[in-house]
Design a protein. Structure first.
Lengths: 298, 421
């Protein structure tokens, strides 16, 4: 599929419609935004988990769902980010660091850093008030303590993704875990269970270990003020609590303690950032015309 | 007769080896490891004792005809064991059906179970009647699982999910129960099944009454700390693998063992005693579980990976170390249109590269070099290792035994036979 040639100017040039597509290792996220007179509205959002399926089809599914829900017949810019470099109908691609910074700032204007926790990677990005990336850092090439790791443990414990957070909050004495291989974790979990350790304590122990790692990432960037938790694990209340505990224990923040915030749309931070940068580039470069119309839809 | 027993409690499988008074292998037994360690050990031991009594029988019968009758007796024995386990599984599933299945479909579910088990039992009995039965998994869990899935699908596709759910729940219970699976429990029925041939019946009666006294037992393996043995009967895996490899191939100086959860590079002296070793540390990259994870990602059986990778002409270079990342890389590469066999060959090479660095740190590869553990059964892994060793160290004799998975248990049994003296 090729990008439609840009013809004419849209009926209402002041209203720009853009889509952002963020492809991660476990899910594709898509949003459609309208920006008009500096006012940005989220028209729709969709997330589709990959689950070992063909990635291109999953991306199309997420994009089509978002476009249909937004009722958008045409888009001025389709922006991709993450691993979505070769989406045929994308107008342009933006790097993950810049889109997460921009998206986090959109969700929380006070934010000066973002902690993105995905299935395989976690990264911390520090930015200024305009979304310009100042520095960033990622976790190493090991899946211990990643989202996938937590998902594996939950599966061995027979706990669904949604139950992880609430169960973790019930923990009375978290079981400390050091770095456990995500793949060998099954035997470690069996050992813990056979030692009589309760599920909430196992989960909270893992959350604490992850939180410790994330706080070290944030510390290495010298973050101050507000940090936004984004990515697939942003909605995990157990992880949120563990990070807040670790932040206060480690006294992060020189003037005031670093505050962790989250948002119902946190999982879309990358896609939102991409759509916002798309609108910015569309205006800045004065591209004009439409990039995509419903006829060329996938 | 006095014998020595070695038990290797691994993360994936539990193995037992029995040695006679002359330190010849009398029997081997294997089962899948499970949360109840004691039971896993018990099952592996029982299997090894069954094999030992059959070996004693084999030493008594003579000629090709005698061997053929024994083979038939062994297969009849396996069938009796299987039917016994299936019967127990059926009872457990009926009980679970009575508890967990909604009342309105309970009766038809029970009827479905009865029909499915009848069918599986008939299949098993038929397979016994065939002269050349294909080689199958050693584990009841796998055998019953594939037979049940097939039979349940054929019986009632609509109720498949409910039936499979019952199976998943009950197979774990069945596995964690102690069932009577020993030689004396089933040999009578097995002998009846092949018509009590006059030339073998007395020898069988003799084997039943033969006293096999396990004078000493030594345990090793990943779970050795939890074995129900006193401390002086536990040896480290490193020592056992070194000694076991030495017993199989006396000229061995370097041993590489790749098991489910760890990889060990061991240097041994002329007596099979360990002089140095290196081990990977709680990371799946480079051990058997790596290949297991990849097989799951591709929805393949573990035993299918090696032969598929062998078809490759140009192994892909894999960039990831971590198993989970390698799984993601595999998906990426497949979606980019790279060939399955090339990626798989690359993955086999990647795990062997990890092993090579362990070997180098332990002191290199000396002649002769022995490869043990479950992964030694994988032809693509062996080929990658052979190439890498040749590139770094030149000509080396590489020993692989069909029973390499029992190397640790063999070493443990040898330690046991020393303490027995």
């Amino acid at each position: 599929m090729t990008t439609a040639p840009r013809t004419g100017t849209p009926a209402d040039a002041s209203r720009v419609l853009t889509a952002g597509i963020d492809v991660g290792s476990s899910a594709a996220k898509a949003v459609v935004l309208a920006s008009e007179n500096g006012e940005v509205t989220v028209l729709s959002h969709a997330v589709v988990r990959i689950r070992k399926r063909d990635i291109a089809a999953v991306i199309d599914h997420a994009f089509t769902s978002a476009v249909e829900e937004a009722g958008a017949g045409e888009l001025h810019y389709v922006a991709s980010t993450g691993e979505g470099e070769d989406i045929p109908y994308a107008t342009g691609h933006f790097y993950g660091m810049t889109t997460h910074a921009r998206g986090a700032l959109f969700l929380e204007p006070r934010a000066r850093s973002v902690l993105d926790v995905g299935a395989l990677h976690a990264r911390a990005v520090a930015m200024d008030g305009r979304g310009r990336v100042l520095s960033y850092k990622m976790t190493s090439q090991c899946a211990s303590g990643s989202g996938q790791f937590l998902a594996n443990i939950a599966r061995y414990l027979g706990v669904s993704q949604e139950e992880i957070g609430p169960l973790s909050l019930q923990s009375a004495s978290p079981e400390p875990v050091s770095s456990i291989c995500a793949v060998l974790a099954e035997t470690d979990v069996i050992n813990m269970v056979s030692r009589g350790i309760k599920t909430p304590d196992i989960l909270r122990g893992i959350h604490d270990s992850m939180a410790g790692r994330f706080v070290r990432l944030l510390r290495s960037l010298d973050v101050e003020g507000v940090t936004v938790l984004s990515g697939g694990l942003a909605g995990d209340v157990g992880l949120q609590a563990a990070i807040r505990d670790a932040l206060s224990k480690e006294h992060l923040g020189k003037t005031a303690p670093v505050e962790l915030v989250t948002h119902p749309l946190s999982v879309y931070a990358g896609a939102l950032g991409a759509a916002l940068w798309g609108a910015f580039r569309y205006r800045k470069l004065d591209l004009g015309g439409v990039a995509w119309t419903a006829k060329t839809s996938p | 007769m006095k014998c020595a027993v070695g038990v290797d409690l691994g993360s994936t499988t539990t193995k037992a080896v029995i040695l006679d008074e002359e330190r010849r292998v009398l029997g081997r037994g294997i089962t899948n490891s499970r949360s109840n360690y004691d039971l896993a050990v018990d099952v592996a031991r029982t299997e090894a004792f069954v094999a030992a009594r059959f070996e004693l029988l084999r030493r008594k019968v003579t000629g090709v005809a005698g061997e053929a009758v024994l083979d038939r007796l062994l297969r009849a024995f396996r069938l009796e064991q299987m039917l016994h386990q299936l019967g127990r599984l059926h009872v457990l599933m009926e009980e679970e059906c009575g508890r967990a299945v909604p009342a309105e479909v309970r009766k038809e579910t029970a009827a479905a179970l009865a029909a499915i088990f009848r069918r599986i039992e008939a299949e098993e009995t038929d397979a016994f009647a065939q002269p050349e039965a294909p080689r199958r998994s050693d584990f009841f869990r796998d055998l019953a699982g594939s037979a049940f899935t097939r039979a349940a699908e054929a019986y009632d596709a609509a109720a498949f999910d409910r039936l499979q759910g019952l199976f998943d729940k009950c197979i774990i219970r069945a596995e964690n129960e102690s069932l009577a699976l020993g030689f004396r429990d089933h040999i009578g029925a097995a002998l009846e099944r092949i018509g009590r041939p006059a030339d073998i019946a007395p020898a069988v009666d003799g084997a039943v009454n033969e006293e096999i006294d396990d004078a000493a037992t030594v345990g090793t393996g990943y779970g050795r700390a939890r074995l129900p043995f006193p401390k002086e009967q536990i040896r480290s895996e490193i020592l056992c693998h070194g000694l076991g490899a030495h017993a199989l191939f006396p000229e061995t100086r370097t041993v590489l063992d790749i098991g489910g959860q760890d990889t060990k590079a061991i240097q041994v002296d002329a007596r099979g005693l360990v002089t140095s070793f290196q081990m990977n540390d709680r990371c799946a990259a480079g051990c058997g579980r790596y290949l297991g994870y990849i097989a799951d990602e591709m929805n393949l059986g573990l035993h299918e990976l090696g032969p598929l990778a062998e078809l490759s002409g140009r192994p892909t270079r894999i960039n990831s170390t971590c198993t989970v990342f390698a799984g993601a890389e595999l998906r990426d590469r497949l979606s980019l249109g790279e060939k399955r066999e090339d990626i798989l060959a690359g993955l086999h090479r990647a795990i062997m590269l990890r092993a090579m660095s362990l070997l180098a740190r332990s002191g290199g590869v000396s002649n002769e070099f022995t490869f043990t553990g479950g992964v030694a059964r994988n032809p693509a892994a062996v080929r990658a290792l052979r190439e890498l060793v040749h590139d770094s160290y030149g000509e080396r004799t590489l020993n692989i035994s069909a029973d390499s998975i029992y190397t640790g248990a063999l070493g443990a049994a040898l330690f046991a036979s020393r303490t027995a003296e």
